[in-house]
Design a binder for this molecule. Structure first.
Ligand SMILES: [Zn+2]
Length: 164
């Protein structure tokens, strides 16, 4: 579902909005092979009308499942934007698009969700990766494509281990 506010409601005062926005709606399904949404992004915001814009603020919770960039282990890592806020101008070049009297806040949630995704996810800060498993040798000997196929096999194995 999208995060949409209606101007006629805002004219009467601040409006509380809640929405769960899926990876598909945020166009994040294939965004990063190491970081995926484990569940829809949960938005709980209050929206109010200012003189020349709309102010939305609240909490955006981003449930993620990441793959460690060193050891390929899958792990949960939720990002919570507690003081999320965005100001949408109603005038000028940057003004927000209005359809009827509806303003879609989803693109703004997407923007900040993308910024909040971990760049190099680590299962723990001191993860030693695959250094001690013998795979390091394979890495040195094997060609790049072969290493890639090894990587995905290990990722699958790690997922299986986690499910036990
Ligand atoms: Zn790791």
């Amino acid at each position: 579902m999208s995060l949409i506010c209606h101007l006629h409601q805002l004219e009467e005062g601040p409006v509380a909005l809640e929405a769960k926005i899926s990876a598909a709606e945020l166009e994040l399904e294939d965004f990063d092979e190491l970081v995926r949404l484990a569940a829809p992004v949960d938005c709980r915001v209050e929206v109010q009308l200012l003189d020349d814009g709309i102010l939305a603020k609240g909490t955006v919770t981003i449930p993620l499942v990441c793959e460690c960039s060193r050891c390929l282990k899958a792990f949960d890592c939720d990002v919570v934007l507690r003081d999320w806020a965005c100001l949408l101008p109603l005038e000028g070049e940057e003004r927000v698009q209005i359809h009827g009297d509806a303003v879609d806040l989803t693109p703004y949630v997407r923007e900040d969700t993308v910024l909040a995704l971990p760049q190099h996810p680590l299962c723990r800060p001191d993860c030693q990766g695959l250094l001690f498993t013998g795979l390091e040798k394979v890495k040195q000997v094997g060609s790049a494509p072969r290493m890639e196929s090894n990587s995905s096999v290990w990722a699958e194995l790690n997922k299986l281990n986690l499910e036990k």
